[in-house]
Design a protein around this ligand. Sequence first.
Ligand code: TYD
Ligand code: MG
Length: 463
Amino acid sequence: MKIKTVFNCQKCGYQSPKWLGKCPDCGEWGSLVEEEETLSRREGERGWDFEETTPKTIAQIELDSEQRIKTKIAEFDRVLGGGVVRGSVILVGGDPGIGKSTLLLQVLNQLGSEEVKVLYISGEESVIQTKVRAERINVNSPHLYILTENNLERIIKIVKELKPQILVIDSIQTVYSLDLQSAPGSISQVRDASGKIIFLSKATGISTFLIGHVTKEGAIAGPRVLEHMVDTVLYFEGDRGHPYRILRAVKNRFGSTNEIGVFEMKDTGLTEVLNPSEIFLAGRPEAEPGSVVVPSLEGSRPILIEVQALVSLTSFGIPRRMAMGVDPNRLSLLAAVLERKVGMKLYNQDIFLNIAGGLRISEPAVDLGLVCAVASSLLDKPVDPSTVIFGEVGLAGEVRAISQSETRVKEAEKLGFKRCILPKNNEKRFQAESRLELFGVSSIEEVLGLLFRKGSRERSEKC
Ligand code: TYD
Ligand code: MG
């Protein structure tokens, strides 16, 4: 029999019958590799039957109240939308060494101690290595099974025999099928293995976590295709230099994608951080120009973050705009607004921006904080350390309302802040009682006047 081959893009999974120098889908050069065609969808090969093959009306389908298995690690459950859904497949991505294996082992241990039968399959570490790690982080549940294996057929056989409720495959790139000629980790192997494992999960109701490596560019290596196939995609991220790790859902069929879980890496493994605001603000320089506190919202949960800006004269050439933790384009845009609308001279200044603690923020509510931090550094005047600032900034220099101002103000109140600068429209519609002094603003000019022009208004003396 002639083996049929296709050319697979190793970056995005695009398939072509001919070799091409450049992938037409993702634009990568030299990424197409000839591989054997995946036959995972061939009928009869499955060996698994879905229980439900006849259509039912939606009213007939009964929901089992135990659809979700709670891991009792609150940070983890929240990101998943309230626990692990039965039969779901969850892809966990993250840089090497960030703590994926540690996190999943701890989750399994917790589930195991609730008498849930769990299986951890490692394709990277021997059982002894896993045991050594487990000892260190105090993982010793009697219901936790460990296996080192990377052959797909054997994995499926063992899973069918053991029938765990939760399965972890660490990592999906190490799993290979003997049916295919391509090397382990290649796109057809990854796609074939994930397809079969996903099918196994759906048919048996086993919830599966697939751990995926991340490439230098930040995408889960190869399997962008994988992101479409699984139910949930979680990213475990953080800065190697910081002990904090953030678990973030980027896709979730069973919950919101805004939620984050915060963990701290210690020498005894990961611990939950229940009060992230305090931690992210610890070590904040008070009364230092360029530092502003913003109550940001991650999903349903407010976190106070410190925005730091440093503006310094460009020594030569084009001024630099560098941002860590926020979109650099957003910074360029806000710098242009500051320049045009309030006449700040930034054209010959380098701007460096950082969100302390290695957090990444993408919501527009942080805009006003960025603007104030940059202005504060340029003017070399500190912002009052007991003030928090939030609001979206438009191109005309207007300050726009944002969502859930009450939640944000409440968090600032809890941490002992005294004043809050917020969009005027939010202040007008503010519904809760607050011990904070609220200052509604409608333009960035107004905010800067309030913060830095002492004595120009009665209010400004307080800020
Ligand atoms: P690991 O879970 O192996 O990362 P991944 O599976 O994402 O590659 O984590 C490895 C890192 O975590 C390693 O650099 C050491 C650190 N670590 C601790 O700081 N404390 C611990 O208790 C453990 C187990 C690991
Ligand atoms: Mg690992």
